[in-house]
Design a binder for this molecule. Structure first.
Ligand code: ZN
Length: 185
């Protein structure tokens, strides 16, 4: 996802906590703050729902999306996408949102609601772009970095890190966003 934050120069800070399987469940002898435990419990509840929703949304969007042209394929390659042939672009004002609870409320709480500040959203290989930004190459390159992240981490792995970072660190400090802003053209 991309915010209207082009003007912000992100400092590449890599000392933010990276979640791994090993620290997902706090160990008995490891002091863990209550809030961290609560966040892990939250992730346990939200992750399966979000993963299922994103996969089904991606499949639906793929049916109405278009493939990349030659220039866009080349851009996808530069952004690290392994399978540019699978990428689909959907130009629409309809912002993807879960319709069912409790996931819908979680999205709202995270600020994933339709807003003029949101220009595009990437769901696996499906890139949803609002009509007024459909020729914005920089935006496309940003979203293609997210596609590459999905490929590397799988849908579940991406969401696990993205949602956790969004909740714990906020959008501006999400390492996945920092990478996308760093690599976009
Ligand atoms: Zn983004």
């Amino acid at each position: 996802m991309r915010f209207l934050l082009n003007f912000i120069i992100f400092t590449l800070v890599f000392n933010v906590p990276f979640i791994s399987e090993a620290n997902e469940i706090p160990k008995r002898n490891t002091p863990v703050s209550a809030s961290s435990f609560v966040d892990q419990q939250w992730l346990k509840k939200v992750l399966p729902l979000a993963t299922q929703w994103l996969k089904s949304e991606q499949d639906k969007l793929a049916l109405i999306g278009r493939g990349l042209n030659e220039l866009e394929r080349s851009l996808a390659g530069k952004m690290g996408v392994n399978r540019p042939d699978l990428v689909r672009i959907i130009i629409t004002n309809e912002w993807p949102m879960p319709t069912e609870q409790p996931l819908r409320d979680e999205f709202i709480a995270l600020g994933f609601v339709d807003s003029p500040d949101f220009w595009a959203m990437t769901l696996g290989y499906a890139i949803v772009i609002k009509p007024q930004y459909k020729t914005n190459e920089s935006l496309l390159s940003h979203e293609l970095v997210h596609v590459a992240q999905f490929e590397k981490m799988t849908v579940k792995g991406f969401l696990k890190r993205y949602l956790y970072e969004l909740k714990k660190l906020g959008y501006e400090h999400s390492t996945l966003e920092i990478e996308a802003y760093g690599k976009q053209i």
